[in-house]
Each structure stands twice: as C-alpha cells, then as structure tokens.
Ligand binder design. Sequence first.
Ligand code: PXP
Length: 243
Amino acid sequence: MTNLMLGVNVDHIGTVRNARGINYPDPLLAALIAEQSGADSITVHLRKDRRHITDRDVIIINKTIQTRMNLEISINKDMIAFACEVKPYSCCLVPEKRQEITTEGGLDIISNKNIVDRSVKCLQDAGIIVSLFVNADIKQIEAAINSGAQYIEIHTGIYSSTTESLLRDKELNRIKQSVKFSVNNGLKVNAGHGLNYHNVIPIASIPEIYELNIGHSIISYALINGLENAVKNMKQLLREVHR
Ligand code: PXP
C-alpha cells in the first residue's frame, strides 16, 4: 500500500478571524504549522461570499507554503479566471450554494457538462491539475472521466453524517466501488468531507485513495486541545501585573 497523503483544510481559521473582522488568527500561519506537522498539502476554499478564505489568503498561502496548495472553487467564470492567475498546484471544482453551511454533495457534472468541461480545460491550459468533487456515483464518475480531469475527490459527507450502521456500510461500499472504478479508468482519487477522528479509519483503509482532505475536525481538535495553554498563559500574564 502506498502512503496515504493528508491535505489539511485551513478554512475555519479564516472563519474565526472573520468573525471579528481583524487580522488574526491567520490561515497562512495555520498552513505553515500544518505543513511542519506533516500535512502533505493545504486546501483552501474560496467562496463567493468570502466567508472564511479571502483572495489575499489564497495568494499569500500559494506563494509561501512548501507543499502543494489545493484551491477549491465553484465553476463560476470569475473564480476560474482568478485560479488561472494565481496558479495553485491543483484546483478542486465544487458546487456552491450561497446559503449552505458547508458544501452539500458533489458536483453535478452530467447536468453541467459544457461548463465543467470548459473549466477543466481552462485550468489545465494554465498548468493547474484539476480534481472534481463527486458523490460516489458511477454515472457522475464517467462524466468526470470524459471531462479530462486528472483527479476526482469522492464526497464522504453522506458516509460521515450517517449514524445508522447498515446505511453507513452501504455508503462505504458505494465509495469503495467508486474508487475502484475510477482508478481502473485512469483517475487518481482523493476523498473528503466530514471526516474526523472517529470515522476516518474505514475510509483511510481503502488502498487506492491517494489523499484525504480534512478541515473542520482538525481545526476543532486544535481549538479544544490548545485551550488549556491559552488560558494558563493569559492567567500568567495577569499574575505578573499584580506581583
Ligand atoms: N473536500 C471538499 C471538496 C470540501 O468542500 C471540504 C469542505 O470545505 C472538505 C473536503 C473538508 O471538509 P471538512 O471540513 O468537513 O473536513
């Protein structure tokens, strides 16, 4: 089995920063710490409403990190043009609804064939590797193959959010079949969405998967496990004033 890669998504460092409209915590710093800790790539999702990652974050992270930047964007033409300018290592094309809390499901490549095909070509002409975020659905994967994209990223959100074990096993099997079908047809396969410390092992055990993209659970873990030191350090600072 080859080594499974870990892509760390730092979007939610931006969520915390933007909640206050100030300049910390910085997703760039988080990206550098993630790299130093073993991340094989850094993912950022530039949304139309810029709710977490901003244009500045994309540009500066792309210029600064030592590994690979994977930029998630919708098939909107301004987003594609921005990506072609920035030239990240790879782009993952995802669906985007303005009101959604997080990406809800894979891209409908079949219904959006022309625009997806055009976007893939445009990005590849700029030297960017293209991945399409898809549900574990053979028909959509066939459309991904026909688009010429080099990668797909299988949406693991349904698997992650299903608590009923029979349904979860069914979705896990669908993911395994989809991964096999994709690799047999020349695609490289990543996976992600909703993966956490409790549910990642069955997905990480699928031997053909190249990389997992994980964000929310890693940033949440960092917040909770860093809280003890954060409080102790502030308390220490206050004690020094009154010594
Ligand atoms: N992969 C894709 C395509 C995504 O849109 C996201 C969320 O931005 C992730 C992976 C990471 O999901 P999570 O934050 O749930 O780990």
